[in-house]
Design a protein around this ligand. Structure first.
Ligand SMILES: [Zn+2]
Length: 358
């Protein structure tokens, strides 16, 4: 039986009691139907695009809200039915190849160093970002130019280890810069201004970035009001619904409230460092590539590298990865709905998790 997100309400209703209770604590789910009348003159076009006029006349939309974080998604089966087409593949390949011999190919000459020097890994070296987001803003320049080169757990682990050492160097330079944030903007559609493979990291002061701090507070409030661990419950629900897979001890979930297409959440174990996410991240990126995803974002949330007096005990190292769509498509993947209301999603999380099982 192929499960779909359209049956989410029923699937939650059929869960074992503990998972069902966790689902009710975290999520609200509703299903609605949108209808329209298409004139005969449109039928051929509709049939060509969506398979049948009936498919468009009655559309089922599943709305999921995370009551703890107030993240929300709207899944439309019609959008989910559309075949994935990656039109930009060849053009992207050409752009990547023609971008070779860039400053990142000779980072020691082409990029500035941080005041505390460079951190070298087996597969990359750090640079200081020229136009900074924050007081400490570095780049991990991959040895490999091609941002779509295959990745494996060992390479990702090396990158994460290098980033961790960069964060420790920043902390040694300024003991207040204890909040390390890691991001990966792969290709221009995901906000990457340089094609050559790279990640970026910042170290900030005072408090963690607002989205991270908000999640910490929401999880603490959840723990206080339910006497349950938020991250354990989040995993319990996804796993019980068949939307989770464990990779090297990390919990990988196809999100029920994805920020945009194919969002995957990787939950590590509290107290472990970011390198514990390596194999899971490699699995997600490899699955993305196999599905035709080229442009993607990744963010890694971490507790501070040194105690800040706040309660981070249950906050796990975690990564969020999202598909940003076809690089050849001129229509942005996000609009006013995503910026100001809720995310509109075409990809079924069940197909996302299918791709993650190997
Ligand atoms: Zn390059």
């Amino acid at each position: 039986m192929t499960r779909t997100i359209l049956e989410l309400e029923d699937a939650i209703g059929a869960l074992p009691a503990d998972a069902r209770a966790a689902a009710d604590r975290i999520f609200t789910v509703s299903t609605t139907t949108g209808r329209l009348n298409a004139p005969a003159s449109m039928h051929a076009w509709i049939t060509k695009l969506f398979g049948s006029v009936e498919a468009v006349s009655t559309q089922h939309i599943v709305r999921v809200t995370n009551k703890v974080t107030l993240e929300g998604a709207l899944f439309n089966d019609l959008r989910a039915l559309r075949p994935i087409e990656v039109k930009g593949g060849e053009e992207v390949r050409k752009t990547i190849d023609s971008a070779a011999n860039d400053p990142f190919d000779k980072p020691l000459e082409g990029t500035p160093a941080d005041t505390f020097g460079r951190i070298k890994g087996a597969h990359g070296v750090t640079a200081s970002n020229v136009a900074k987001y924050d007081g400490y803003h570095g780049v991990l320049v991959f040895d490999e130019h091609d941002p779509l080169a295959p990745v494996d757990a060992a390479t990702i682990r090396d990158h994460l280890e290098t980033v961790k050492r960069w964060g420790e160097a920043a902390l040694a330079d300024d003991p207040a810069a204890r909040y390390l944030f890691l991001m990966w903007n792969c290709l221009w559609r995901a906000g990457g201004s340089i094609v050559h493979g790279h990640m970026q990291m910042t170290a900030t002061r005072g408090a963690h970035y607002p989205r991270v701090e908000a999640l910490r507070r929401q999880a603490l409030a959840y723990d206080a009001s339910t006497e349950r661990d938020y991250f354990d419950d989040l995993w319990l629900v996804h796993d019980a619904l068949g939307l989770g897979v464990e990779v090297d001890g990390a919990r990988v979930a196809a999100s029920l409230v994805p920020i945009k297409e194919r969002e995957v959440i990787v939950l590590g174990r509290p107290g472990r460092d970011l390198t514990s996410l390596a194999a899971a991240i490699a699995r997600v990126v490899t699955a993305f590539r196999a599905t035709g995803v080229m442009a993607h974002n990744m963010a890694v949330y971490l507790p501070p590298l040194a105690p800040d007096g706040e309660d981070w005990r249950r906050f796990p190292p975690m990564a969020r990865l999202v598909d940003r769509g076809d690089p050849a498509n001129r229509t942005s993947d996000i609009g006013a709905m995503e910026l100001y209301a809720a995310s509109v999603i075409a990809t079924d999380p069940y197909r996302v998790i299918d791709a993650l099982r190997v």
